[in-house]
Design a binder for this molecule. Structure first.
Ligand SMILES: OC[C@@H]1[C@@H](O)[C@H](O)[C@@H](O)c2[nH]c(CCc3ccccc3)c[n+]21
Length: 447
């Protein structure tokens, strides 16, 4: 088949997040996060799993860095646990928490791997949730203060920064759909939170600029492609409205300084337009250096009155699926990247997450996850198509380095290119690890 080749200067990496891999949830002064509370509330997480131990990367990070070094990647995306730094969300700083991230970052740098740091990957300090969480504008300022502390602490060591991971998940998945922490189901709450998250992003960028921190900063919205079932205008419009929930709602404020009118109309219909204060949009829309794009799947959609907020219903037309039951839809990756470039201009893009759930187990010391290899091949091919179409891709980071705590699905859903036995914490490199290693080394693969 075809040889798919990438530019020499492209960065290759892997991604994780604090609550999903660290464990040591009650160690060295860490405060509780909303995910500690949510996962320990019966019924919220499959099998009652929680992040108390996870991959125990808090203690095993040196082994993990060696795995990355052998993989040959040159960038590693991780997140800092806010409650490990500020156990109460603000005020007293936990020095042991800072020390852990210095140890991790130093280990990465010593092994020629560039740290890419996500400041917020969903683990809000519970103490702040107790004061209203992201619904309270005080949390926005607490985030800016936390970000400032981290910028000052790691300036010169960390040079790629991401403010917020997937504000759509933090707002709508967690406060309207309700399957993630803190688990509310209120549309007005969710839209207010989405606004406060974008404001928090903007305030952190402002502190970054004021402090003249070395490096570049962006955010990492999640994307999805919705393909109209037919060429009927009602199907096309329904899919555009549905994608507006992930894309225009979180991109227009940052890149155009305003919310998309068609989305405001949708929320207004339900009395859920967000509360915006004078000056907010200027803070939100200040320039960023790159955008992190997370892409996993796409669906076919068609118009259906009142099917959901967008008069949209998804139609299963038989695409192959991963073990998360998500369609394997690489075409959507190509299309969403071109949509973003067409609508927001030639912004530098890192693919900060792309990967697949396959729950293959270890057999005779090996994990034959051919499904994941095929998924990566197809999506990297779509990525190359987007690059050849002019999308400025700076790097690709696979989700995830390790099998880890997959939120409401617990440890049952595996996204790693490295298998983790959650009883022994033994790491086993999967077939996809070796395929990815070869691809990173060569800069090309044979489709
Ligand atoms: O579900 C796989 C990964 C998570 O492990 C990451 O923490 C998170 O950033 C992330 N986002 C997405 C796409 C949005 C989504 C998240 C969770 C559930 C459904 C959709 C997939 N993933």
């Amino acid at each position: 088949m075809a040889i798919i080749e990438f530019p020499k200067e492209m960065k290759w990496g892997a991604a994780t997040a604090a609550y999903q891999i660290e464990g040591a949830a009650l160690e060295d002064g860490r405060g509780l996060s909303i995910w500690d509370t949510f996962s320990k509330t019966p019924g919220n997480v499959l099998n009652g799993d929680n992040g108390d131990v996870a991959c125990d990367s808090y203690h095993r990070y040196k082994e993990d860095v060696q795995i990355m070094k052998e993989l040959g990647i040159n960038v590693y995306r991780f997140s800092i646990s806010w409650p490990r730094i500020f156990p109460a969300g603000t005020g007293e700083i936990n020095q042991k928490g800072l020390q852990y991230y210095h140890n991790l970052v130093d280990e990465l740098l010593e092994n020629g791997i560039e740290p890419m740091c996500t400041l917020y990957h969903w683990d809000l300090p519970q103490a702040l949730q107790d004061q209203g969480g992201w619904e309270n504008r005080k949390t926005v300022d607490a985030f800016a203060d936390y970000a400032e502390q981290i910028f000052k602490e790691f300036d010169g060591k960390i040079k790629k920064w991401i403010t917020i991971n997937e504000p759509w998940c933090v707002s709508f998945l967690s406060n309207f759909i309700g399957i993630h922490a803190p688990g509310f189901q209120n549309l007005k709450l969710a839209t207010d939170i989405s606004h406060h998250l974008l404001l928090a992003h903007g305030k952190a960028v402002a502190r970054f600029r004021d402090l003249k921190v070395e490096g570049s900063i962006g955010y990492a919205p999640n994307t999805e492609w919705l393909e109209p079932f037919s060429s009927k205008q009602e199907d096309i419009d329904a899919c555009n409205r549905g994608m507006g929930w992930f894309i225009e709602w979180f991109f227009d404020p940052v890149f155009k300084g305003q919310y998309p009118h068609f989305m405001l109309e949708v929320f207004d219909k339900h009395g859920a337009a967000p509360a915006i204060q004078a000056g907010d949009m200027e803070i939100i829309s200040q320039k960023i250096d790159f955008v992190g794009i997370n892409y996993y799947t796409g669906s076919v959609g068609r118009y259906k009155k009142d099917a959901d907020l967008f008069d949209l219903e998804k139609v299963d037309i038989g695409y192959e699926k991963t073990d998360f039951d998500w369609n394997i839809y690489p075409e959507g990756f190509y299309k969403v990247l071109l949509k973003i470039k067409d609508q927001y201009g030639d912004i530098p893009v890192y693919i900060t997450e792309n990967g697949a759930c396959y729950n293959d187990e270890v057999e005779n010391g090996r994990v034959k996850d051919q499904g994941r290899i095929d998924y990566l091949k197809q999506h990297l091919t779509s990525l190359k198509r987007a690059m050849d179409s002019g999308v400025q891709i700076k790097g690709y980071l696979a989700w995830s380095l390790l099998d880890n705590f997959e939120w409401a699905e617990g440890y049952h859903k595996r996204f790693g290119i490295v298998h983790v036995d959650f009883n022994t914490l033994k790491r086993t490199k999967k077939d996809s690890y070796y395929w990815y290693k070869q691809t990173v080394k060569n800069g090309w693969f044979d489709m």
